[in-house]
Design a protein around this ligand. Structure first.
Ligand SMILES: [Zn+2]
Length: 354
């Protein structure tokens, strides 16, 4: 599937397949994520492509990259859509997200580098086609494979979406559930709308690793898909609840992009809190979305999430500053009672400029 078809399908169906490349320059220090808190945590440095990263060679998306060890039983596979997190259990393998369609064999080839165990479970962080697209491959391999999602996502996955077929879940949860036991225990949490209205946080308790889904991707303000129930204002509440409510995690796998320390996730929640709070203030004062980003940039606190350079190969959403601007636009629409729209990319004339 080429890039124009993918993006055309995404636009046509009103869903987001957020994929991006790595930014280019050195990252600035984060205020809340201190060096000591981040010591000894295996992270992909900000602005550095994931190990083994394969840039796209044509109009397509970046390819499925070699499997990376995150920690303990947890691995990550970048490319071909969202990150796939791999969890090797006693009697099988659980995958968190399965990328765009037609990546199943490539995912399995990477899993086979670390284990011969069968894929027995797929957990989807949300319903977008770049996260559920190759579910069917694993069902075809093993008809008893469990497919788990939050209930709102499960409802969307039960329906075809444009060119993307239905991917029904076999098990869903509302706000919290646990799967497995002992070192194979997986906790699933839901705290409300953000990227969509069904964003699950997936925690591998023994290894203290969380797969965050697209509410945290590329360390930029999350793309908001109101067409799938997402909310810019809600995302801040959801992230803050997750940061306060989820215990015992030290490592976070983003929905796309990086591996981060928990301290970065907490800081990212606070950034989204600041973005939503500033949107409320600007709404009350009768200002514009650009005012929101201006105030955040001027505060000097959030440089990690407000980069002003275009990320190499980014399909849409451009810079961190523009992603924040998109969320300010959507947030103001929500606060003003207008129908919020899914904005995949800004027109150059609408982009944030100083
Ligand atoms: Zn998504």
């Amino acid at each position: 599937m080429n890039r124009s078809l993918i993006l055309g399908s995404i636009v046509a169906t009103g869903v987001i397949a957020a994929c991006a490349m790595a930014p280019q320059s050195a990252d600035s220090a984060a205020p809340a994520a201190s060096a000591s808190a981040m010591a000894d945590i295996p992270t992909t440095p900000m602005d550095t492509p994931p190990p083994g990263y394969k840039p796209s060679t044509g109009p397509g998306l970046p390819g499925v990259s070699p499997i990376e060890h995150v920690k303990g039983q947890v691995y990550k596979i970048f490319g071909g859509g969202g990150n796939t997190t791999v969890f090797v259990m006693d009697n099988g393998v659980a995958l968190v997200d399965t990328k765009l369609p037609n990546n199943g064999q490539a995912i399995l080839d990477e899993v086979r580098k670390v284990t011969d165990k069968p894929v027995t479970m797929v957990i989807n962080t949300h319903s977008h086609p770049d996260h559920v697209g190759s579910n069917q491959f694993f069902k075809d391999q093993r008809p008893t494979v469990e497919v788990v999602a939050q209930a709102n996502s499960a409802a969307r996955m039960a329906q075809a979406s444009g060119p993307f077929p239905a991917n029904p879940a076999t098990k869903s949860f509302e706000t919290k559930t646990s799967l497995g036991a002992g070192k194979d225990k997986i906790d699933l949490y839901y705290y409300g709308p953000g990227h969509t209205d069904g964003d699950a946080f997936v925690v591998f308790t023994n290894d203290k690793v969380m797969a965050a889904g697209d509410i945290m991707a590329w360390s930029m303000a999350p793309l908001i898909d109101p067409g799938s129930g997402g909310s810019a204002i809600g995302a801040a509440d959801t992230l803050m609840k997750a940061a306060a409510g989820i215990k015992g995690v030290d490592t976070v796998v983003e929905g796309h992009g990086y591996i981060q320390p928990w301290s970065r996730f907490v800081e990212f929640a606070h950034f989204n809190r600041a973005l939503a709070d500033e949107t409320r203030k600007v709404n009350a004062a009768g200002g514009t979305p650009k005012d929101v980003v201006d105030h955040l940039v001027d505060s000097g606190k959030w440089a990690t999430y407000l980069k002003d350079h275009t990320l190499t190969g980014l399909e849409y959403g451009s810079t961190g500053q523009n992603r924040a601007l998109i969320n300010a636009i959507v947030g103001l629409q929500e606060l003003r009672g207008e129908k919020p729209v899914t904005i995949m990319n800004l027109k150059p004339e609408d982009a944030y400029k100083r």
